[in-house]
Design a binder for this molecule. Structure first.
Ligand code: SF4
Length: 345
Protein backbone atom coordinates (compact mmCIF):
# COMPACT_ATOMS: atom_id res chain seq x y z
CA UNK A 1 0.00 0.00 0.00
CA UNK A 2 2.80 2.32 0.89
CA UNK A 3 4.43 1.72 -2.48
CA UNK A 4 1.19 2.54 -4.30
CA UNK A 5 0.72 5.73 -2.27
CA UNK A 6 4.27 6.76 -2.99
CA UNK A 7 3.80 6.10 -6.66
CA UNK A 8 0.68 8.23 -6.98
CA UNK A 9 1.68 11.10 -4.69
CA UNK A 10 5.36 11.56 -5.66
CA UNK A 11 6.30 9.89 -8.93
CA UNK A 12 10.00 9.12 -9.35
CA UNK A 13 11.53 12.11 -11.11
CA UNK A 14 12.94 11.40 -14.55
CA UNK A 15 16.74 11.22 -14.45
CA UNK A 16 18.32 14.57 -15.30
CA UNK A 17 19.51 14.93 -18.85
CA UNK A 18 23.11 16.00 -19.15
CA UNK A 19 26.03 16.35 -21.53
CA UNK A 20 29.58 15.25 -20.73
CA UNK A 21 31.93 17.32 -22.85
CA UNK A 22 35.37 15.83 -23.43
CA UNK A 23 38.51 17.92 -23.04
CA UNK A 24 40.82 18.11 -24.82
CA UNK A 25 38.91 17.86 -28.07
CA UNK A 26 39.09 19.46 -31.51
CA UNK A 27 42.05 21.19 -33.13
CA UNK A 28 45.52 19.91 -32.35
CA UNK A 29 48.69 21.91 -32.89
CA UNK A 30 49.41 20.29 -36.27
CA UNK A 31 45.97 21.03 -37.69
CA UNK A 32 45.96 24.57 -36.35
CA UNK A 33 49.32 25.20 -38.02
CA UNK A 34 48.23 23.69 -41.36
CA UNK A 35 44.99 25.67 -41.55
CA UNK A 36 46.73 28.93 -40.60
CA UNK A 37 49.41 28.17 -43.21
CA UNK A 38 46.77 28.12 -45.97
CA UNK A 39 45.10 31.28 -44.65
CA UNK A 40 48.43 33.13 -44.40
CA UNK A 41 49.49 31.92 -47.85
CA UNK A 42 46.26 33.30 -49.31
CA UNK A 43 46.89 36.65 -47.60
CA UNK A 44 50.55 36.73 -48.58
CA UNK A 45 50.45 35.55 -52.20
CA UNK A 46 46.78 36.08 -53.10
CA UNK A 47 44.32 33.51 -54.49
CA UNK A 48 44.47 30.95 -55.84
CA UNK A 49 46.73 28.87 -53.67
CA UNK A 50 46.77 25.18 -54.49
CA UNK A 51 46.62 22.54 -51.75
CA UNK A 52 47.47 18.90 -52.44
CA UNK A 53 44.73 16.79 -50.85
CA UNK A 54 42.50 18.05 -48.04
CA UNK A 55 44.76 20.18 -45.85
CA UNK A 56 43.17 18.39 -42.88
CA UNK A 57 40.40 15.80 -42.98
CA UNK A 58 37.41 18.01 -42.28
CA UNK A 59 34.65 18.98 -44.73
CA UNK A 60 33.86 22.31 -43.07
CA UNK A 61 37.51 23.43 -43.00
CA UNK A 62 38.02 22.50 -46.65
CA UNK A 63 34.83 24.32 -47.76
CA UNK A 64 35.75 27.43 -45.76
CA UNK A 65 39.24 27.58 -47.31
CA UNK A 66 37.81 26.99 -50.78
CA UNK A 67 35.60 30.04 -50.33
CA UNK A 68 38.73 32.06 -49.51
CA UNK A 69 40.48 30.96 -52.71
CA UNK A 70 42.22 27.66 -51.97
CA UNK A 71 42.03 25.04 -54.72
CA UNK A 72 42.33 21.43 -53.55
CA UNK A 73 43.88 18.97 -55.99
CA UNK A 74 44.47 15.22 -55.84
CA UNK A 75 47.88 15.28 -57.48
CA UNK A 76 50.70 17.79 -57.76
CA UNK A 77 50.70 17.47 -61.58
CA UNK A 78 47.28 19.19 -61.62
CA UNK A 79 48.84 22.44 -60.38
CA UNK A 80 49.72 24.82 -63.23
CA UNK A 81 53.45 25.51 -63.59
CA UNK A 82 54.86 28.35 -61.52
CA UNK A 83 52.13 28.26 -58.85
CA UNK A 84 52.31 27.59 -55.13
CA UNK A 85 51.27 24.22 -53.75
CA UNK A 86 50.80 23.45 -50.06
CA UNK A 87 51.31 19.91 -48.80
CA UNK A 88 48.78 18.77 -46.23
CA UNK A 89 49.33 18.00 -42.53
CA UNK A 90 49.44 14.25 -43.31
CA UNK A 91 52.80 14.48 -45.06
CA UNK A 92 54.00 13.42 -48.51
CA UNK A 93 56.53 11.02 -49.95
CA UNK A 94 59.81 12.39 -51.35
CA UNK A 95 58.54 11.60 -54.88
CA UNK A 96 55.86 14.28 -54.41
CA UNK A 97 58.50 16.89 -53.62
CA UNK A 98 60.28 15.75 -56.78
CA UNK A 99 57.08 16.14 -58.86
CA UNK A 100 56.71 19.69 -57.54
CA UNK A 101 60.29 20.52 -58.52
CA UNK A 102 59.69 19.15 -62.01
CA UNK A 103 56.52 21.22 -62.30
CA UNK A 104 58.45 24.36 -61.22
CA UNK A 105 56.09 24.80 -58.28
CA UNK A 106 56.87 26.73 -55.12
CA UNK A 107 55.99 24.53 -52.16
CA UNK A 108 54.87 25.09 -48.60
CA UNK A 109 55.13 21.94 -46.54
CA UNK A 110 52.43 21.92 -43.85
CA UNK A 111 53.24 18.35 -42.77
CA UNK A 112 52.70 18.11 -39.02
CA UNK A 113 56.11 18.06 -37.28
CA UNK A 114 55.00 14.90 -35.45
CA UNK A 115 54.46 13.16 -38.79
CA UNK A 116 57.85 14.45 -39.98
CA UNK A 117 59.34 12.84 -36.87
CA UNK A 118 58.02 9.44 -38.04
CA UNK A 119 59.39 10.08 -41.56
CA UNK A 120 62.83 10.75 -40.06
CA UNK A 121 62.66 7.55 -37.99
CA UNK A 122 61.79 5.61 -41.16
CA UNK A 123 64.76 7.10 -43.03
CA UNK A 124 67.13 6.37 -40.15
CA UNK A 125 66.06 2.75 -39.67
CA UNK A 126 66.13 2.14 -43.43
CA UNK A 127 69.71 3.45 -43.54
CA UNK A 128 70.56 0.95 -40.80
CA UNK A 129 68.93 -1.71 -43.01
CA UNK A 130 66.09 -2.64 -40.66
CA UNK A 131 62.84 -4.16 -41.87
CA UNK A 132 60.30 -1.53 -40.78
CA UNK A 133 56.80 -2.66 -39.84
CA UNK A 134 54.54 0.37 -40.17
CA UNK A 135 51.32 -0.12 -38.21
CA UNK A 136 48.60 1.89 -39.92
CA UNK A 137 45.55 1.89 -42.15
CA UNK A 138 46.03 0.92 -45.76
CA UNK A 139 45.42 3.81 -48.15
CA UNK A 140 45.62 6.53 -45.51
CA UNK A 141 47.58 9.52 -46.81
CA UNK A 142 49.93 9.58 -43.86
CA UNK A 143 50.84 5.92 -44.36
CA UNK A 144 51.44 6.50 -48.08
CA UNK A 145 53.73 9.44 -47.27
CA UNK A 146 55.72 7.61 -44.59
CA UNK A 147 56.06 4.44 -46.71
CA UNK A 148 57.42 6.58 -49.54
CA UNK A 149 60.44 7.51 -47.43
CA UNK A 150 61.80 3.97 -47.62
CA UNK A 151 59.57 1.82 -49.85
CA UNK A 152 62.11 -1.03 -49.98
CA UNK A 153 62.26 -1.36 -46.20
CA UNK A 154 58.70 -0.61 -45.04
CA UNK A 155 55.74 -2.97 -44.97
CA UNK A 156 52.32 -2.04 -43.70
CA UNK A 157 50.69 -3.93 -40.83
CA UNK A 158 47.00 -3.03 -40.79
CA UNK A 159 45.98 -4.27 -37.35
CA UNK A 160 46.52 -7.47 -35.33
CA UNK A 161 44.90 -9.62 -38.03
CA UNK A 162 47.63 -8.64 -40.47
CA UNK A 163 50.53 -9.84 -38.30
CA UNK A 164 50.54 -13.39 -39.68
CA UNK A 165 51.20 -12.01 -43.19
CA UNK A 166 54.42 -10.24 -42.18
CA UNK A 167 57.63 -11.58 -43.65
CA UNK A 168 61.04 -10.18 -42.77
CA UNK A 169 64.59 -10.82 -43.93
CA UNK A 170 66.13 -11.06 -40.46
CA UNK A 171 63.82 -11.49 -37.41
CA UNK A 172 66.51 -9.90 -35.23
CA UNK A 173 66.57 -6.68 -37.23
CA UNK A 174 62.99 -5.48 -37.22
CA UNK A 175 61.48 -2.26 -35.88
CA UNK A 176 57.88 -1.08 -35.70
CA UNK A 177 56.64 2.45 -36.32
CA UNK A 178 53.06 3.67 -36.55
CA UNK A 179 50.63 6.13 -38.03
CA UNK A 180 50.10 9.04 -35.60
CA UNK A 181 46.32 8.76 -35.32
CA UNK A 182 45.65 5.14 -34.40
CA UNK A 183 43.83 3.63 -31.46
CA UNK A 184 46.43 3.34 -28.71
CA UNK A 185 44.95 0.06 -27.42
CA UNK A 186 44.64 -1.60 -30.82
CA UNK A 187 48.19 -0.58 -31.72
CA UNK A 188 49.52 -2.14 -28.52
CA UNK A 189 47.57 -5.30 -29.40
CA UNK A 190 49.26 -5.36 -32.82
CA UNK A 191 52.68 -4.75 -31.26
CA UNK A 192 52.02 -7.60 -28.79
CA UNK A 193 51.19 -9.97 -31.67
CA UNK A 194 54.29 -8.82 -33.58
CA UNK A 195 56.47 -9.40 -30.53
CA UNK A 196 55.20 -12.95 -30.27
CA UNK A 197 56.46 -13.56 -33.78
CA UNK A 198 59.60 -11.41 -33.46
CA UNK A 199 60.75 -11.33 -29.82
CA UNK A 200 63.62 -8.95 -30.68
CA UNK A 201 61.32 -6.42 -32.32
CA UNK A 202 62.63 -2.92 -31.70
CA UNK A 203 60.25 -0.11 -30.63
CA UNK A 204 60.42 3.49 -31.89
CA UNK A 205 62.49 5.82 -29.70
CA UNK A 206 59.31 7.68 -28.63
CA UNK A 207 55.56 7.32 -29.19
CA UNK A 208 54.48 7.68 -32.80
CA UNK A 209 50.80 7.99 -31.87
CA UNK A 210 50.74 11.70 -31.18
CA UNK A 211 49.86 13.48 -27.94
CA UNK A 212 46.60 14.87 -29.43
CA UNK A 213 45.33 11.45 -30.49
CA UNK A 214 46.21 9.95 -27.11
CA UNK A 215 44.64 12.77 -25.07
CA UNK A 216 41.39 12.75 -27.05
CA UNK A 217 41.10 8.98 -26.61
CA UNK A 218 41.80 9.19 -22.87
CA UNK A 219 39.06 11.81 -22.43
CA UNK A 220 36.58 9.71 -24.41
CA UNK A 221 37.38 6.65 -22.33
CA UNK A 222 36.58 8.59 -19.17
CA UNK A 223 33.28 9.95 -20.43
CA UNK A 224 32.28 6.93 -22.57
CA UNK A 225 31.92 4.76 -19.48
CA UNK A 226 29.13 7.03 -18.22
CA UNK A 227 27.45 7.94 -21.49
CA UNK A 228 24.40 6.33 -23.08
CA UNK A 229 25.24 8.00 -26.36
CA UNK A 230 28.50 9.57 -27.59
CA UNK A 231 28.50 12.04 -30.46
CA UNK A 232 31.89 12.53 -32.10
CA UNK A 233 32.10 15.56 -34.37
CA UNK A 234 34.38 14.79 -37.30
CA UNK A 235 34.52 13.68 -40.92
CA UNK A 236 34.39 10.08 -42.03
CA UNK A 237 37.85 10.23 -43.63
CA UNK A 238 39.38 11.54 -40.39
CA UNK A 239 41.22 8.59 -38.87
CA UNK A 240 41.48 10.00 -35.35
CA UNK A 241 37.75 10.91 -35.34
CA UNK A 242 36.72 7.40 -36.42
CA UNK A 243 38.96 6.00 -33.66
CA UNK A 244 37.10 8.12 -31.08
CA UNK A 245 33.81 6.38 -31.96
CA UNK A 246 35.47 2.98 -31.50
CA UNK A 247 37.09 4.02 -28.22
CA UNK A 248 33.75 5.34 -26.89
CA UNK A 249 32.03 2.02 -27.63
CA UNK A 250 34.97 0.11 -26.16
CA UNK A 251 34.72 2.21 -22.99
CA UNK A 252 31.11 1.18 -22.46
CA UNK A 253 29.00 3.78 -24.27
CA UNK A 254 25.74 2.17 -25.41
CA UNK A 255 25.81 3.96 -28.74
CA UNK A 256 28.23 6.28 -30.57
CA UNK A 257 28.06 8.16 -33.87
CA UNK A 258 30.28 10.34 -36.03
CA UNK A 259 28.70 13.50 -37.47
CA UNK A 260 30.11 16.35 -39.51
CA UNK A 261 27.39 18.79 -38.39
CA UNK A 262 24.60 18.97 -35.79
CA UNK A 263 22.05 18.55 -38.60
CA UNK A 264 23.25 14.97 -39.10
CA UNK A 265 22.17 13.90 -35.60
CA UNK A 266 19.15 11.62 -35.66
CA UNK A 267 16.51 12.42 -33.00
CA UNK A 268 15.94 8.67 -32.60
CA UNK A 269 19.43 8.32 -31.10
CA UNK A 270 18.16 10.21 -28.02
CA UNK A 271 15.49 7.66 -27.17
CA UNK A 272 15.96 6.54 -23.54
CA UNK A 273 19.16 8.56 -23.28
CA UNK A 274 19.98 10.68 -20.24
CA UNK A 275 23.74 11.19 -20.64
CA UNK A 276 25.25 12.28 -23.94
CA UNK A 277 29.01 12.45 -24.36
CA UNK A 278 30.34 14.96 -26.89
CA UNK A 279 33.80 15.23 -28.37
CA UNK A 280 35.50 16.11 -31.65
CA UNK A 281 38.43 14.94 -33.74
CA UNK A 282 41.73 16.76 -34.02
CA UNK A 283 40.72 18.42 -37.32
CA UNK A 284 37.42 19.85 -36.11
CA UNK A 285 36.86 23.56 -35.39
CA UNK A 286 35.04 24.33 -32.15
CA UNK A 287 32.18 26.09 -33.96
CA UNK A 288 30.91 22.65 -35.05
CA UNK A 289 30.91 21.36 -31.46
CA UNK A 290 29.02 24.48 -30.39
CA UNK A 291 26.40 23.66 -33.02
CA UNK A 292 25.97 20.18 -31.52
CA UNK A 293 25.71 21.56 -27.98
CA UNK A 294 23.03 24.02 -29.11
CA UNK A 295 21.13 21.22 -30.86
CA UNK A 296 21.23 19.13 -27.68
CA UNK A 297 20.29 22.06 -25.42
CA UNK A 298 17.19 22.63 -27.55
CA UNK A 299 16.17 19.04 -26.68
CA UNK A 300 16.63 19.34 -22.91
CA UNK A 301 20.35 18.55 -22.73
CA UNK A 302 21.47 21.99 -21.57
CA UNK A 303 23.44 20.85 -18.53
CA UNK A 304 27.08 20.49 -19.67
CA UNK A 305 29.87 19.06 -17.55
CA UNK A 306 33.46 19.09 -18.84
CA UNK A 307 35.49 15.87 -18.44
CA UNK A 308 39.11 16.95 -18.71
CA UNK A 309 41.78 14.29 -19.27
CA UNK A 310 44.77 16.53 -19.97
CA UNK A 311 45.95 20.09 -20.48
CA UNK A 312 47.49 20.91 -23.86
CA UNK A 313 49.80 23.81 -24.58
CA UNK A 314 51.76 22.58 -27.61
CA UNK A 315 52.04 24.92 -30.59
CA UNK A 316 54.08 24.64 -33.78
CA UNK A 317 55.61 27.49 -35.76
CA UNK A 318 54.43 28.00 -39.34
CA UNK A 319 56.17 26.17 -42.22
CA UNK A 320 59.62 27.66 -42.82
CA UNK A 321 58.92 28.78 -46.41
CA UNK A 322 56.00 30.89 -45.20
CA UNK A 323 57.89 32.29 -42.21
CA UNK A 324 60.70 33.37 -44.53
CA UNK A 325 58.33 35.28 -46.84
CA UNK A 326 56.36 36.82 -43.95
CA UNK A 327 59.65 37.98 -42.38
CA UNK A 328 60.82 39.50 -45.67
CA UNK A 329 57.57 41.40 -46.03
CA UNK A 330 57.70 42.61 -42.43
CA UNK A 331 61.29 43.82 -42.96
CA UNK A 332 60.26 45.70 -46.12
CA UNK A 333 57.38 47.37 -44.31
CA UNK A 334 59.66 48.34 -41.41
CA UNK A 335 62.16 49.85 -43.88
CA UNK A 336 59.45 52.19 -45.14
CA UNK A 337 58.24 52.91 -48.68
CA UNK A 338 60.62 52.48 -51.60
CA UNK A 339 61.64 55.63 -53.55
CA UNK A 340 59.09 54.97 -56.27
CA UNK A 341 56.28 54.67 -53.71
CA UNK A 342 57.29 57.86 -51.93
CA UNK A 343 57.10 59.91 -55.10
CA UNK A 344 53.48 58.90 -55.61
CA UNK A 345 52.47 60.63 -52.38
S1 SF4 B 1 46.65 14.59 -35.01
FE1 SF4 B 1 48.72 14.58 -34.15
S2 SF4 B 1 50.06 14.08 -35.87
FE2 SF4 B 1 48.07 14.66 -36.73
S3 SF4 B 1 48.25 16.85 -37.16
FE3 SF4 B 1 47.43 16.66 -35.08
S4 SF4 B 1 49.23 16.73 -33.72
FE4 SF4 B 1 49.94 16.28 -35.79
Amino acid sequence: MDRMTAATSSPTPAPAKRVLLAAPRGYCAGVDRAVIAVEKALEQYGAPVYVRHEIVHNKYVVKTLEKKGAIFVDETVEVPEGNIVIFSAHGVAPTVHEEARRGKLATIDATCPLVTKVHKEAVRFAKEDYDILLIGHEGHEEVIGTSGEAPDHIQLVDGPGDVENVEVRDPDKVVWLSQTTLSVDETMETVGALKERFPNLLSPPSDDICYATQNRQTAVKQMGAEADLVIVVGSKNSSNSVRLVEVALGAGARDAHLVDYAEEIDEAWLEGVTTVGVTSGASVPEILVEGVLEWLAARGFGDVEVIRAAEESITFSLPKELRRDLRTEAAELAAGPADGDASQG
